[in-house]
Write a protein that binds this ligand. Structure first.
Ligand code: ATP
Length: 449
């Protein structure tokens, strides 16, 4: 059997430890859909919470919204999605398989031996035709064209259509941003690379509105700030890069677009796009809705349509990048057997780790479980923590390493005499004796760094 690839190891760890499962798995799965298990849901929530905190709560110039997934069909006509949100689709007349023409190089034909689509002599690919990626559904009981709506393919339009509502209901002044986190849906022709390209996924988007004269400056600020955000949360390696689009890649209204990309095990992939969108979106919605979406600056007595900078990130795609970056297999000497072994560890940043600390009694006797349980209950008031008393302590450490838990607190024989515990650091595996009444401070300082 060939050694599994890094990606296969990550996918298998995700299933084994309850991060991510295949959607509808017991029915054979539904391609492009994924379910987040007990550890995965915490990790995803921590990523979204970190983003919300750093971009909304900790700033004075951004407010949040949570808008509907189903929107009026005209929204997508105004935004251009109904006519332009397409991928070039090619069919193989022999295999009946379908591929995205832009991704032929990375795709595989279903026939054996494995080759790229069109490379088997008998395979015949059709000319590319436009395939709209929006999912359709119907509102109300009658399935007719007039009742047809789309599941949103991005959260951004929910922000634009509420621009006026937010201006009218808050005292916020330009420059300011509106942020939203939510589900988006795209009927991707070939969902692939685990959760990287899914048909249902989550986005974290900001529309930052500003005066046209300052928009270039704001674009550069956002581009740099968003890049730093991933670094701060643990993607420190040279696997993160900022790729500025060339002039010929830009849409007609854009004065600049940059992608933040991560080097996944299969190659570079986009985590977030930061786009200078000019006044395109507000102008389009103003035209299609007939509502005035201009902004009036009281001080300068000036009316204009703001420009917008859009940092648009994938929450689930970032999760995959954080997972890939955190994953490591280390050769170590096993704590119990003293033999050479491989330790699988997820080096998550403490803010992202699903469980912040695990509490163990060294053995299940001499009052250790009672003391450990009391510490666990106390910590649980502040953090997601985990209690485990089953099996050898070395194995318990290793289970926590695999879950990415930064600290393991162990009550042992010495605890009864001097009221101290050991705290083991996930990354260095070093243990330190800490007085029971200092555990809180110890964790607080390290988890909030
Ligand atoms: P791609 O070129 O990879 O299809 P895109 O340029 O169409 O992505 P955007 O429309 O800019 O993506 O969406 C913003 C972000 O939403 C992306 O950077 C990505 O993180 C996330 N995203 C987009 N499509 C998907 C998908 N099918 N599955 C998971 N995340 C996605």
């Amino acid at each position: 059997m060939p050694e599994p690839t890094i990606m296969e190891k990550i996918v298998s760890l995700c299933k084994r430890r309850g991060f991510i499962f295949e959607g509808s798995e017991i029915y054979g799965g539904l391609k492009g859909t994924w379910d987040y298990g007990p550890l995965g849901v915490e990790l995803l929530r921590n990523i979204k919470n970190a983003w919300w905190h750093d971009n909304v709560t900790a700033r004075e110039d951004i407010v949040g919204v949570d808008t509907s997934i189903l929107m009026h069909r005209t929204v997508w006509q105004a935004s251009g999605h109904e006519s332009n949100f397409t991928d070039p689709l090619v069919d193989c007349k022999t295999c009946k398989l379908r591929f995205c023409a832009d991704q032929i190089e990375e795709s595989q034909c279903g026939k054996k031996p494995s080759k790229k689509p069109g490379q088997h002599d008998e395979c015949q690919l059709t000319e590319a035709r436009k395939f709209n990626l929006m999912f359709k559904t119907f509102v109300g009981p009658v399935e007719e064209d007039a009742q047809m709506v789309y599941l949103r393919p991005e959260t951004a339009q929910g922000i634009f259509v509420n621009f006026k509502n937010v201006c009218d209901s808050t005292r916020i002044k330009l420059p300011f941003g509106i942020a939203q986190i939510g589900k988006s849906f795209r009927n991707e022709i070939t969902p692939k690379q685990f959760i990287f390209r899914s048909r249902e996924f989550e986005q974290m988007e900001i529309e930052f509105f500003c005066h046209p004269n300052t928009s270039r400056e704001w674009y550069e600020k956002w581009r740099d700030a968003r890049f730093e955000w991933y670094r701060k949360l643990g993607i420190k390696s040279d696997k993160l890069r900022l790729r500025e689009h060339a002039q010929d890649e830009l849409s007609h209204y854009s004065q600049g677009t940059s992608d933040i990309e991560y080097l996944f095990p299969w190659g570079w992939g986009e985590l977030e796009g930061i786009a200078h969108r000019g006044d395109y979106d507000l102008r389009q919605h103003q035209q299609f809705s007939g509502k005035d979406l201009s902004y009036f600056d009281d001080e300068k007595k000036e009316r204009f349509i703001p420009h917008v900078i859009e940092p648009s990130a994938g929450a689930t795609r970032s999760l995959l990048a954080f997972l890939c970056e955190a994953f490591e297999e280390q050769k170590i000497v096993d704590e119990d057997s003293k033999k050479e072994d491989v330790r699988t560890v997820l080096h998550f940043h403490p803010r992202l780790a699903p469980v912040k600390a695990a509490v163990f009694p060294l053995v299940r006797k001499d009052g250790m479980p009672e003391r450990a349980m009391a510490i666990y209950k106390d910590l649980q008031r502040n953090w997601p923590v985990f209690y485990d008393e089953k099996g050898a302590v070395g194995r318990r450490y290793r289970r926590q390493d695999e879950a990415g838990t930064p600290f393991c607190i162990t009550v042992d024989g010495q605890t009864a005499t001097d009221n101290t515990v050991t705290i083991r650091d996930r990354d260095s595996m070093q243990q330190q004796r800490v007085s029971c009444d200092k555990i809180h401070t110890y964790l607080f300082e390290r988890l909030n760094s």
